[in-house]
Design a protein around this ligand. Structure first.
Ligand code: SF4
Length: 265
């Protein structure tokens, strides 16, 4: 039987492709006939089935197709309808991809009184009883005997470091690029503890927009502690300045003519 179907595959597909009206009738049975538009093509499913597509003239479903799958038992056998469904075409407007609720919350969404539990398998955290691979954390945990339930994992630290570095208080911000010097050399820079000590600290200058924020050592602002402004008293000043914009100008010739009679007399 399989061999027969393979040999007659061409004629079977032809009869499936020709079953446009059978497919249209099936689609019309499912909906208002006015909602079944022009035939938009036929797709081969397998050796004995194919799918006819019709434009869907359904309000709100622009770019969708009525998809009617037809099948046959073999050469010369009748073509029957397997299913009729409405399917989005390549240009169809479809709903955005489903995003789990916990991934929809964006930074800044958390309001006063909101609760946002951390996933039990959050890769940014590691149980504190495990080696944290942060020497400073391990040292403190040993001293205290008991640490916190969780500490930042290596992934969590790297994630925070890349976010902070790329953020408002990183070296690529507008403020940093126009700053006279970097935080790493500023007296207001308080380095953080642990493995991020070499890269981040907290700004403690109330004049700075970064006051109280984690800043990268390569960030900087105009309130850097070592900035000095040159004050000079040797600004050249002109002895006398005339404002000639309001003077009445008299042509020289007229003056000469006016003084001539007096000179002759
Ligand atoms: S005052 Fe400016 S340069 Fe100094 S630590 Fe704060 S942000 Fe950095």
């Amino acid at each position: 039987m399989t061999l027969l179907l393979t040999l007659d595959d061409g004629s079977i597909q032809r009869s499936l492709a020709e079953a446009v009206e059978t497919a249209r009738a099936a689609a019309v049975e499912e909906t208002d006939p006015a909602q079944v538009g022009a035939h938009a093509g036929v797709e081969r499913e397998d050796a004995v089935s194919a799918t006819h597509l019709f434009e869907a003239e359904v309000p709100g479903y622009r770019g969708w197709h009525w998809s009617v799958t037809v099948a046959t038992a073999g050469p010369g056998e009748p073509v029957t309808v397997s299913e009729v469904v409405l399917r989005p075409g390549p240009d169809a407007r479809v709903a955005p991809k489903w995003v789990p609720w916990e991934r929809r919350v964006r930074p800044g969404d958390l309001g006063v009184g909101d609760i946002f539990p951390t996933d039990s398998d959050d890769p940014r955290l590691a149980p504190a009883y495990l080696a944290s691979d942060d020497p400073a954390v391990e040292e403190v945990a040993r001293d205290v005997g008991l640490g916190r339930v969780h500490v930042l994992s290596r992934y969590g630290r790297e994630d925070a470091a890349s976010r902070w570095r790329a953020g408002e208080f990183g070296p690529r911000s507008d403020m940093a690029r126009s700053a006279p010097d970097v935080c790493g050399t500023c007296g207001f820079f308080l380095p953080v503890a642990g493995s991020m000590r070499g890269a981040f600290g907290v700004c403690a200058n109330d004049i700075s927009p970064a006051d109280g924020h984690a800043v990268n050592v390569e960030y900087g602002c105009g309130a850097h502690s070592e900035i000095e402004v040159e004050v000079s008293s040797s600004i050249p000043v002109a002895e006398l300045v005339y404002d000639d914009s309001l003077l009445d100008m008299e042509p020289v010739e007229e003056l000469e003519r006016a003084s001539e009679p007096a000179a002759r007399a």
